[in-house]
Design a protein around this ligand. Sequence first.
Ligand code: BGC
Length: 350
Amino acid sequence: MLKKILGTVLCAVIAVTALTGCAGSGKKKVGVSMPTKDLQRWNQDGDYMKQKFEAAGYEVDLQYAGNKADTQLSQVENMINSGCKVLVIAAIESSSLGTALDKAAAKKIPVIAYDRLLMDNDNVSYYATFDNYKVGQIQGEFVKKALDLDNTDGPYNIEFTAGDPGDNNAGFFFNGAMDVLKPYIDSGKLVCVSGQTDFDSVATPEWSTATAQSRAENIIGSNYADKQIDAWLCSNDSTAQGVVNALDSRYTLKDKWPVVTGQDCDIVSVKNMLAGKQTMSVFKDTRTLAERTVTMVGQILDGKTVETNNTYNNNKKDVPSYLCDPVFADINNYKEILIDSGYYTEAQLS
Ligand code: BGC
């Protein structure tokens, strides 16, 4: 008798599993592929998504690829082979996942590009991100206001540090900032003493703090022995941290500390902000992006209309996109934006 009951239960489990396509839990599985654990933000993105997907009743396969494009490729292929119903991918290199995306398409698995657009492939269903161009614009506008470029004569010295050339976002950040600042460079009010103002010269592979630091040390050593630096436009916090380290070790005019921009509001950078070493950081609330992505996945899997508010072209198609709004944080508003909103506790920043 017991054998018969057990047999019936087992059959029922097998039947449910076959119907849902997800061994064990009976839940639909979502594959979440994140670039690296090295940067605070991706840990937060991954954690929030896992929490929110699980709360919405999904199983989650969350993987980090250690900033190695080939590792990410095989992790995504495993997700496809292990029954994930939808993929959420923040790519290490925008164009390197083509074979996996083709496999996903063959199995009708929708793909959401998360934060970073997946380039050069038709099989990208949606893109969830912050407005990347606006991030750069906010940084450029911050520098413009801090130096009061419209009402003072200058000239002011400025240097630039941008992001990873393999990350499609990096160009948007840089162009957003440059579109604000270039007129002042052209008029001579802003002077880049190193002469390095094009994206390729100022890019930082892998957004590495160490690489940003050694380039900044060289620039300071060769150009600013007795010259003031008024602003250093950095596209994000990991690169800003490198620049701040370089200023700490090489810059002699410590009482004329430059305006230093960033992005992400990493704890290290917010602490630098409180210490007066980084001036601002663009805040992209990872909770908002995670929630938006969970909503998108729900709409996809329930066959509903997927809410979008923009499109981004990935060289193959216009990818329907949802752009969240970035805001800037500095010493004046960080409490409201970062602490009152529950993003950080006071203790985390002290
Ligand atoms: C993200 C930034 C992040 C950078 C480095 C970009 O794609 O949009 O928020 O700072 O990657 O990880």
